[in-house]
Write a protein that binds this ligand. Structure first.
Ligand SMILES: C[S@@+](CC[C@H](N)C(=O)[O-])C[C@H]1O[C@@H](n2cnc3c(N)ncnc32)[C@H](O)[C@@H]1O
Length: 241
């Protein structure tokens, strides 16, 4: 997606206003505390918006993202952080962690079930026994029972985004998303770029099943307040043996 490549700086500026990173960190910290997890790996770390909090709170932290452009901003903003390029759907590392986080609805981009199972398998392999997996994902019921295909305009800082979604239902709870980005110059908005992607939402049941297939038990689902699409946090655990 261009938002995470050519438009990475636009993402970094826009999403400061869209996600409440302090509130998100509070949720992740509570979950990590319950499992006494101090060493963690974050997938889809993007420009390091959450890394900032983990690093300032003495977690041993590694951030993974597909996009070098996003990672370069993370490295610039959090010079003390460890950041590495990697694809969540086929990830492997020789190190182990107490906890894995998949943040900012990064699972939304794994619209093929095979890629999602690959992700859960890779995460399982890099967790210690009893390790915890915490992620957020868009709720299929809330998304599809009353699909909102209207055009959305979002103005944050100097940027404007006009976006539109339409259901595709390609063997899963998928939709196609398109957006045009503009930047304010004087009194007018000048076109920057066009972006599009296939995205996926989930039902709790399908997540529980896919997690179980790769050795996790889904323990908890917590509703999350966000600016647009309805989503939940999920907490899962790798078995102790
Ligand atoms: C919405 S951003 C979230 C970034 C950050 N967690 C935040 O909350 O600001 C989603 C991130 O997932 C990354 N991403 C998408 N697909 C990925 C994959 N297969 N493996 C690793 N990262 C991926 C993108 O590059 C992007 O940085």
């Amino acid at each position: 997606m261009k938002l995470y490549r050519e438009l990475a700086e636009v993402y970094h500026e826009m999403y400061q206003h869209l996600f409440d990173y302090e509130q998100e960190f509070a949720f992740y910290r509570d979950a990590l505390d319950r499992f006494a997890a101090k060493k963690l790996i974050e997938f889809g770390c993007g420009t390091g918006n959450l890394a900032r909090f983990f690093l300032h709170n003495q977690y041993a932290y590694l951030g993974i993202d597909l996009s070098e452009n996003m990672l370069n901003i993370a490295r610039r903003e959090q010079p003390q952080g460890r950041f590495q390029q990697g694809d969540l759907s086929s990830f492997s590392i020789s190190e182990t962690f107490d906890a894995a986080l998949v943040t900012g609805r990064t699972l939304t981009y794994l619209h093929q079930t095979e890629a999602l199972l690959g992700a859960f398998e890779g995460i399982h392999a890099c967790l210690t026994p009893g390790g915890v997996l915490v992620f957020d994902a868009i709720d299929a019921a809330a998304m599809f029972l009353d699909f909102d295909a209207s055009q959305k305009q979002l103005d944050t800082g100097p940027y404007r985004r006009i976006s539109h979604s339409r259901p595709t239902l390609n063997g899963a709870w998928t939709w196609h998303w398109e957006a045009d980005y503009f930047v304010k110059k004087g009194e007018t908005y000048v076109f920057l770029d066009h972006d599009e992607a296939e995205l996926r939402a989930f039902t709790p049941d399908e997540l529980a099943l896919l997690l179980k297939m790769r050795g996790f038990e889904l323990l908890e689902m917590v509703k999350k307040d966000t600016y647009t699409w309805p989503d939940h946090y999920f907490v899962a655990q790798k078995s102790l043996v």
